[in-house]
Design a protein around this ligand. Structure first.
Ligand SMILES: Nc1ncnc2c1ncn2[C@@H]1O[C@H](COP(=O)(O)OP(=O)(O)O)[C@@H](O)[C@H]1O
Ligand SMILES: N[C@@H](CCOP(=O)(O)O)C(=O)O
Length: 322
């Protein structure tokens, strides 16, 4: 159970009077979250999701919530934040920032087929384009600066072979980030954590992307790499499933054609996205924080993926002109 800040129906009943949502009828804690306290709530107007933010601050949250609002208004299926009568979408609850967003229908698809990957690829391209004119700029807080800060923290915990892997990959990624090719990569707001558990499907119909709380401005290709590295692999081995890879990349390319520079950067970017999650999982594993680490994610999964992405040629990013 990962509700860190309990909210009772009584608490909700008084707090919700600031919104035009009618009376609160029910509240149910969601157990699967690991970052925030999430609740399904029912009011006289319908069903919503209430999030009490455990770590993100009143200063950081406007980027994430306004991005969601911008995307929802732009026709991308994401949870839309609900404003109170004063127009505020971030409001204090039990001393912490909290928000109500619309509830997406359906369930996460944890055993995706090519049809699901194509839907995710197409919507990812639409999302990148819809976010292009979003005005708030906040860097990807789990980007290369964070990798450089985190590497010396986790290095002492690693066996020699992994020490070498991490040190050499960081050198490679720092050089890649300084390259001319990297500077030409299209960028903007990205989701940055679009794993299978952050997308909702209603049957085979994609009903939306959610959990934008790792979003930030970075290269679009990094977002594609994060998504492909989770959706298009055999989970046990980390090897690519070629049918799912093609379905996702072709669907993306049809909407937002990849560039020649992105093709050159594709393999380094697949490595970068594996490195990013290896590092965060190593950090969370060796520096656990309270209750959220009851079920730490396995760092070895991304160590395996990183080794594969270094050793094996990347699948073509695109096979036809856009
Ligand atoms: N807008 C939403 N619509 C429907 N379900 C949601 C929504 N937001 C969160 N959930 C549910 O809550 C669970 C935990 O949310 P998530 O954002 O992943 O939490 P955390 O960031 O704390 O890991 C999700 O797996 C999903 O089932
Ligand atoms: N996707 C990351 C963990 C981020 O947690 P989330 O449940 O909020 O998506 C990983 O797998 O390491």
């Amino acid at each position: 159970m990962a509700v860190f800040t309990p909210v009772s129906l009584d608490d909700l009943s008084s707090w919700i009077t600031q919104f035009d949502l009618g009376k609160a009828l029910a509240i149910k804690g969601i157990s699967s979250g690991i970052e925030n306290s999430n609740f399904f709530i029912t009011t006289e107007r319908g069903e919503y999701v209430l999030t009490v933010f455990e770590k993100l601050t009143f200063e950081q949250l406007p980027f994430y919530l306004n991005l969601m609002r911008h995307l929802a208004e732009g026709g991308v299926s994401v949870p839309a934040p609900i404003a109170n009568r004063k127009g505020s979408i971030i409001n204090e609850l039990h001393g912490k920032p909290a928000s109500i967003v619309t509830k997406l229908a359906g369930h996460c698809e944890l055993a995706p087929q090519p049809v699901h990957c194509a839907a995710v690829g197409a919507m990812l391209a639409c999302m990148h384009m819809a976010a292009e004119d979003f005005e708030i700029r906040q860097p990807n807080l789990r980007g290369i600066s964070w990798w450089n800060e985190t590497t010396p923290v986790v290095l002492p915990y690693l066996f020699d072979s992994n020490k070498q892997l991490l040190t050499e990959e960081m050198a490679f990624q720092n050089a890649f980030a300084a390259s001319d090719v990297f500077k030409e990569l299209p960028n903007g707001p990205i989701h940055a954590d679009l794993f299978r558990n952050n997308v909702m499907f209603d049957g085979d119909q994609l009903s939306g992307f959610f959990d934008f709380y790792f979003a930030g401005c970075d290269t679009w290709l990094f977002d594609v790499a994060v998504t492909v590295n989770d959706w298009c692999i055999d989970i046990e081995s980390g090897l690519f499933d070629q049918a799912r890879v093609r379905a996702m990349l072709d669907a993306y390319h049809e909407i937002r054609p990849f560039t020649a520079e992105e093709q050159i950067a594709w393999q380094p970017m697949l490595r970068a996205s594996a490195l990013r999650f290896w590092l965060s999982r190593l950090y969370d594993f060796h520096m656990p924080r309270d209750a959220e680490m009851l079920t730490p994610h396995d760092p070895a999964h991304f160590e395996r993926i990183l080794r594969l992405r270094i050793e094996q040629a990347a699948p073509a990013l695109f096979t036809t002109a856009g």
